[in-house]
Design a protein around this ligand. Structure first.
Ligand SMILES: [Zn+2]
Length: 409
């Protein structure tokens, strides 16, 4: 005998902060237009600069000049707008130019943390320096559109998109200061916020760092045989270092870019982390060594046919895919519901991550006092994108469901 079911409602409580989406849909929300908007807010036009004063008297401190602090403040505002735990990380340093030892003060990294939910969460650190070279260093007032507003825009896009989701592991987003003066911001962070001493429980244990990425120069992609290529440089020279393998994998799976492992290099912000024993690498445009605008006044968005936003967006998406996989995003499921012929059972289907764990609950009403009943906990098969569960509801006339992506069953 067929029973008539007036209506059945599916409820998806796990989608309260972000609608159900697939990994590819999340990546697609990073667009050339959104990337460009972040980038052009970083003072990347002719005549602009994010460096320091260049007083030749060593007794006069060199301090941030031009648009340096305005860029810093914009980055902090963006992190805060995404409701991340964000702050300025101040430091100072000295450095010789010629025979003169200059003191640089009022330097600030901009740091933001997105906490993961796992009790044994690892740390994934993605950073890009926001300072550009200044006349006190190279006699060039460089806007640093490629070096390195391009990397900072990527970090801002990652923070904007990924902060809507829950992750198992922690993510740290950093805009480093004073990279051009000798990786000073990255050294400061690595030595101030990470430790090998287990007694220092307020710091990041280096053994718990799953990977560190420096994004430095992501937007120069001239036509020719090396078009749409990227370089990965290690801290470690081995291309089998886990961070390099995982980043290459993200490129191969989600972009059309060719990845070229280029050995190791110490000339960017991944290096201090590598030197302190963390697995770190650099992502950089393939054509960096032939970039005619490198450290020059023409490293500007106003230089024709220079900044490639489509390319920079692809690189940013690959890094997002890396973080989603490695820091283990918990994508909310999108639930759909179909009745069977007999109409006394219902088949639930939802978008599911490979190997992820879901809990299915039901309730027979939606009053404020409703207690959800556990129906099942189910682990998806590796590789499957949709998961099904059939509920035999018997004589019940209506039923509500929710499916939540959980980490622990
Ligand atoms: Zn740089």
């Amino acid at each position: 005998m067929k029973r008539c079911l007036p209506f059945v409602v599916a409820v998806l409580l796990s989608a309260m902060t972000a609608e159900g989406r697939t990994l590819e849909e999340v990546l697609a929300s990073i667009t050339p237009a959104s990337y460009e908007e972040a980038h052009t807010n970083l003072f990347v036009h002719d005549g602009m600069n994010r460096g320091f004063t260049g007083d030749l008297d060593g007794n006069i401190h060199r301090v941030p000049a031009h648009q340096h602090d305005a860029a810093r403040d914009f980055i902090l505002e963006q992190f805060e707008a995404h409701e991340l735990d964000a702050w300025l990380d101040p430091f100072w340093f000295t450095r010789f130019y010629g025979a003169v030892n200059y003191t640089y003060t009022n330097c600030n990294n901009v740091v933001a943390i997105q906490r993961g939910i796992a009790s044994n969460a690892q740390w994934f650190i993605v950073g890009a320096h926001y300072d550009s070279v200044d006349p006190g260093q190279f006699s060039q007032l460089s806007p640093g559109a490629d070096d390195n507003a391009s990397g900072v825009a990527a970090v801002l896009e990652l923070a904007r998109v990924l902060s809507d989701y829950t992750f198992r592991h922690h993510i740290v987003y950093i805009a480093f200061d004073a990279e051009e003066k000798g990786l000073k911001g990255a050294w400061h962070f690595a030595d101030t916020y990470t430790t090998n001493n287990p007694a220092l429980t307020n710091l990041i244990q280096r053994a718990d760092v799953g990977g560190v990425l420096s994004l430095d120069m992501l937007a120069y992609n001239p036509p020719g045989p090396n078009h749409n290529r990227v370089r990965i440089y290690g801290g470690s020279s081995s291309s089998n270092a886990p961070v390099q393998v995982a980043l290459r994998h993200a490129f191969l799976e989600h972009t059309e870019m060719d990845v070229v492992h280029s050995g190791s290099i110490a000339a960017s912000d991944h290096h201090p982390f590598h030197a302190r024993g963390m697995d770190a690498c650099l992502l950089i445009e393939y054509n960096v060594w032939s970039n005619p605008h490198y450290h020059r006044t023409t490293d500007s968005v106003d230089t024709p046919d220079y900044i490639d936003y489509v390319y920079a967006t692809e690189l940013t998406r690959a890094v997002a895919a890396y973080l989603m996989r490695e820091a283990e995003i918990l994508l909310p499921p999108t639930l759909s519901l179909t009745s069977t012929e007999e109409q006394d059972s219902f088949s639930l289907a939802w978008t599911a991550q490979s190997n992820a764990v879901y809990r299915v609950d039901y309730a027979d009403d939606l009053a404020p006092t409703t207690t959800w009943q556990a129906l099942t906990v189910i682990t998806n098969t590796p590789g499957d994108a949709v998961l099904y569960w059939e509920d035999h509801i018997g004589p019940v006339m209506q039923r509500y469901y929710r499916v939540e992506h959980v980490y622990e069953p």
